[in-house]
Design a protein around this ligand. Structure first.
Ligand code: ATP
Ligand code: MG
Length: 559
């Protein structure tokens, strides 16, 4: 294939297909462990696993890597299916590693019979202590050369419930001096006395990752097993077990092969499922889909489109070197995408009254508002103008610096889609708080009228006080206040940004915004991109800020 701009894995796939490896088949898999919700790092793996299959006419299956019943649950299975669909990908089949427990067991029994595996009754500490170092060979376990019959009988017992967790393990007998530590008699089965969400109480002995992953790939006919860089040292063991499994049959090139790319790490957040689970369980966030979470459901609730997520992943690319990507880049991808699709509406988040003193009481006019200047076919809607308006408190200053092109006594501004008004001043309460602002409008300056394009420096958004709806608006910021919480010595809980969520309960929005489908992406003019929160109802509108219009974020110094 003569395609340009392929990433290095796509290039490998293109070359393999050209050479006719695997009979010209391409099959990938996405293998999540159902022990948590998917995060944006998983989205990167998904875009690769599904994307490469799509691009080269192959198939990508979903395989739940459910080999550890301690932390796994069907709740996670459901959420994973939903999130992959939302990202826009289609799987071929759904498989479960647990479907192969019998085959894996039989394979392990065969290895024992061939003298290639043995039951070790040492503690995990003893085993670790004998492992050696990359430059020093390990020492053999005293159980290494026990009779085959003994290992077979004990392996059965490991699975029957009579042996406590941790009392014994099954190890592959390979090479205690191998420079690759993974070959030093790796543990391949351990005892877990927990109910499994699919196989129930049938099994007590569970295969380890290295003994399940490659074999599952082989059983399914995976051709390219794509994963992240931390699995590079596991690759020889991956190949070893597949060689054992094929029992001398000549597969030629018909076998799964593992390829690795760099995992996604993002600034100001964490990607470890253990930490994300702790945030949820300790109620430090409002659930897995809290809009501050880096989870796919969190991003969705925050108002990111699947296209924005995929665009970001495309921007950062796939390499063979680990890096830390800037959260601001994800936000830039969201802005770029939402700019194309968001419906422009008016909302006032911090309202103050503006009275148009020369506009007749009781009169209203319907002003034309463009739905999306980026896409003319999105059409227009109307917004009601009247004498009493809401404007942003920040858009008025009595004594303003020169560059303040908003409302200042004696100066003119345009009210978006409506008239040019001249500010007259304001009324304050006893404490000096501004209660109302006054202005006069120029009837000849109505937007769209000939000659109405008289230049004024500022344009402000507004709402007619009698023609808008109350709303709650939630503003989100970085979840953590340090750039790389995972590299910090302090506990991650201490690094949370206390100002990461701000709730504004006194906001107003135009009725047109409330009539939209709840999945609609919105731009509050001059403020940012927003979407309906899942808590929003017609009677109580709630919006989340996805991202501001510009990158105005400044790191806070913390310790
Ligand atoms: P665990 O710590 O529970 O093993 P995990 O993050 O490895 O978590 P899995 O469910 O095993 O989660 O991951 C499924 C797939 O997603 C794997 O192929 C893994 O390599 C990939 N993946 C996980 N995290 C990232 C990340 N940050 N960037 C890219 N790919 C990732
Ligand atoms: Mg994993």
């Amino acid at each position: 294939m003569e395609e340009k701009n392929l990433n290095f894995i796509e290039q490998i796939v293109a070359d393999d297909l050209k050479e006719g490896k695997n009979g010209g088949r391409l099959q990938t898999r996405f293998p999540p462990e159902p022990n948590g919700y998917l995060h944006i790092g998983h989205a990167k793996a998904i875009c690769m696993d599904f994307g490469v299959a799509e691009k080269f006419g192959g198939v990508c299956n979903l395989r739940f890597d459910d080999t550890n019943p301690q932390k796994e649950d069907t709740e996670y299975v459901e959420s994973i299916l939903e999130d992959i669909k939302w990202l826009g990908f289609k799987w071929g089949n759904i498989y479960y590693a647990s479907d192969y427990f019998q085959q894996l067991w039989d394979f392990a029994v065969r290895l024992i019979k061939e003298g290639k595996a043995y039951v070790d009754e040492q503690t995990s500490e003893q085993i670790a202590e004998q492992k050696g170092t990359p430059t020093e060979p390990g020492r053999p376990s005293p159980f290494r050369d026990r009779p085959v019959e003994e290992s077979l009988a004990l392996f059965e017992k490991m699975n029957s419930g009579e042996i406590p967790e941790g009392a014994m393990v099954l190890r592959a007998k390979i090479d205690m001096a191998n420079p690759n530590m993974h070959f030093r008699d790796p543990v391949i089965y351990r005892i877990i006395n927990k109910h499994h969400h699919r196989t129930g109480d049938q099994w007590k002995a569970y295969p380890m990752y290295d003994f399940a992953h490659g074999q599952s790939d082989y059983f399914e006919g995976v051709t390219h097993s794509i994963c992240t860089l931390e699995f590079v040292p596991h690759r020889p063991l991956y190949d070893y077990f597949i060689d054992e499994l094929k029992e001398g049959r000549d597969l030629a090139d018909n076998r799964p092969r593992q390829y690795e790319f760099n995992r996604l790490n993002l600034t100001y957040t964490v990607m470890s499922k253990r930490k994300l689970l702790a945030l949820v369980q300790e109620k430090l966030v409002d659930g897995w889909d809290d809009p501050r979470m880096p989870t796919v459901c969190g991003l969705r609730r925050r108002g990111y489109s699947p296209e924005a997520v995929c665009k970001f992943i495309d921007m950062i690319g796939y390499t063979k070197f680990d890096a830390l990507n800037d959260f601001a880049m994800l936000e830039a991808a969201a802005r770029e995408d939402l700019n194309q699709r968001a419906l422009r509406v008016s909302a006032v988040l911090n309202p103050v009254k503006l009275i148009v003193t020369n506009y007749p009481e009781g009169k209203t006019e319907e002003m034309i508002a463009v739905n999306n200047p980026e896409n003319e076919s999105d059409g227009t809607h109307t917004i009601t103008f009247s004498r009493e308006l809401w404007v942003e408190r920040d858009d008025f200053m009595e004594d303003a610096p020169k560059k303040f092109f908003r409302m200042v006594p004696g100066k003119e501004v345009r009210l978006k889609n409506a008239y040019i008004v001249k500010c007259l001043g304001c009324k304050k309460d006893a404490d000096g708080n501004i209660e109302e602002i006054y202005c006069e409008y120029d009837p000849d300056s109505r937007s769209g009228l000939p000659g109405a394009d008289r230049k004024v420096k500022g344009t402000l958004h507004w709402l007619s006080a009698a023609h808008c709806l109350p709303a709650e608006v939630r503003l989100y910021d970085r979840l953590f206040c340090v750039e790389n919480p995972s590299a910090d010595e302090r506990d991650f809980r201490e690094l949370l940004n206390p100002g990461s969520k701000e709730v504004l309960t006194n906001c107003f929005i135009e009725p047109y915004a409330a009539q939209q489908d709840k999945t609609r992406y919105l731009q509050f003019q001059r403020i940012g991109y927003f979407t309906y929160d899942t808590d929003s109802t017609p009677a109580r509108l709630v919006f989340n800020r996805t991202v501001g219009l510009k990158d105005s974020w400044k790191p806070q110094r913390n310790g």
